[in-house]
Design a protein around this ligand. Structure first.
Ligand SMILES: Cc1ncc(COP(=O)(O)O)c(C=O)c1O
Length: 440
């Protein structure tokens, strides 16, 4: 491998001059130059070290620089770098049974794509072709990817510039307890009225027109929204009652992030279709997947599936996935996420106790968020100017993180240790003193 010889300034300048950045006005981007990465850390060409408190994009679950995955990619490249989508290969033969050990219920048949959005595109097609119905119910606080269909399912503001999108998408509200419109006036807490709301929407849209309900099992970038117990089993029952497929998007929540292999495992439900990406290869190479139930797989045994990709089941990506899953099994990465998830929840509690700006701290496993507010009473979000100061402090002190609006996310690689978590949270603790100054 050629050693990197560029200065940080040169790297940033050339990247900015010639390449186009996502979700940004191009003049506003301010990338951190990344030279190398190991474990939970990465370094700039100047030698500045960052704790990767977002696993890049909630995706490098096993941490950076894992030798076994790197070796598997190198060996696959030397053996067979590419095979067309109609070919069989050893990587394709090995990934299925390995993945099926961990996917829930009878989700034992997989269609491979190159990322999460493509996985959701194909889940839409599978659901429509299998049911012969067109409409899809999706939720407002959601992100499902940036391609045409996936961005149409997306409920948040990222959809607006792409509208009008796919016809037939109907949106419903979320089980968002901190700001729940259904339960806010109920002193007894959660009424699960959000499920009654979905049932009413199903009835008015006509169950005979609805192919699927699409959800992020635990909502990601819209705020680590963990459904109340009973929500997922209730939604599963609703879908069964009306003959509608349940599709769970586990692109972000899957592969150990929540302390289980898949988030659905917390509530023991089996969706009809589950989509995945990110942690599937820990993002060492691009790969997404759609897992489907036996009844859907059987339907397509005799019926042609109208969908395809040049890079379907790419051997190099599959080799990375096989090695990633083996690392996860042998190093008990999911168990570590569960154990460190408890440590992180306690650290969240400490921040909530100490800082008036923390309206609510939520987490499940190592999937966490601090919801920062100007007032705990009104729950008014912390203003953007204050959030920028918090982010600037974290960056300056070597903590790479993801923030969206007033949400500060805590999503470290799943290999993180207790001392490393405590180091990271000490930096966050200091930064929140800035946010506290804006609290009224
Ligand atoms: C829940 C969810 N679904 C889908 C996607 C899209 O995945 P990709 O960016 O690989 O297309 C993302 C990406 O962040 C996601 O978080």
């Amino acid at each position: 491998m050629t050693a990197i010889s560029m200065s940080a300034e040169e790297m940033v300048a050339l990247c900015k001059q010639y390449t186009f950045w996502s979700w940004s006005a191009q003049d506003n981007v301010n990338p951190i130059p990344m030279e190398r990465a190991e474990g939970i850390y990465f370094w700039t060409p100047d030698g500045k070290r960052y704790i990767d408190m977002n696993s890049q994009l909630m995706c490098v679950n096993i941490g950076h620089g894992n030798r076994r995955v790197i070796r598997a990619i190198q060996e696959q490249a030397a053996q067979l770098a590419y095979a067309g989508p109609s070919m069989a290969s050893e990587a394709r033969a090995r990934i299925g049974p390995l993945l099926a050990k961990h996917t829930p219920g009878d989700l034992n048949k997989f269609f491979f794509t190159l990322g999460g959005a493509e996985a959701n595109e194909n889940a839409i097609k599978l659901a429509r072709q299998f049911t012969g119905k067109q409409k899809i119910i999706a939720r407002y606080r959601s992100y499902h990817g940036a391609t045409a269909g996936a961005i149409s399912l997306t409920g948040d503001y990222r959809r607006w510039a792409n509208e009008p999108g796919l016809p037939g998408v109907v949106r419903v509200f979320d089980p968002y307890r901190y700001r729940c419109a259904f339960c806010k006036n109920n002193p007894g807490g959660c009424t699960m009225d959000c499920l009654n709301h979905i049932e009413e929407v199903i009835q008015y849209e006509g169950p005979q027109t609805i192919a699927a309900v699409f959800i992020e099992t635990v909502t990601g970038t819209n705020g680590v929204i963990v459904p109340p117990d009973g929500y997922l089993p209730g939604l599963r029952q609703l879908c069964d009652k009306y003959g509608i497929l349940l599709v769970c998007d586990e692109v972000m929540a899957g592969f150990g992030r929540t302390g289980e292999w898949f988030a659905v495992d917390h509530w023991n439900i089996v969706p009809d279709i589950m989509t995945m990406a990110k942690g599937l290869t820990s993002s060492y190479l691009p790969l997404g997947g759609v897992a489907m139930s036996g009844k859907i797989a059987n339907y397509f045994a005799k019926n042609v599936y109208y969908g395809g990709l040049t890079y379907n089941a790419h051997p190099m990506s599959l080799a990375a996935a096989i090695a990633t899953i083996e690392v996860m099994e042998e190093e008990d990465i999911v168990g570590n996420a569960k154990r460190m998830g408890k440590v992180m929840a306690a650290l969240h509690d400490d921040l909530e106790a100490e800082h008036a700006s923390v309206g609510e701290a939520r987490s499940i496993g190592l999937f966490g968020v601090l919801e920062l507010v100007k007032s705990r009473q009104t729950r008014e979000p912390l203003p953007a100017a204050e959030m920028s100061k918090v982010s600037a402090y974290l960056k300056e002190h070597g903590l790479y993180h993801f923030a969206s609006g007033h949400l500060l996310f805590t999503n470290p690689p799943l290999i993180i240790t207790e001392p490393e978590l405590k180091d990271a949270f000490e930096i966050i603790n200091q930064a929140l003193a800035i946010a506290d100054q804006a609290v009224q």
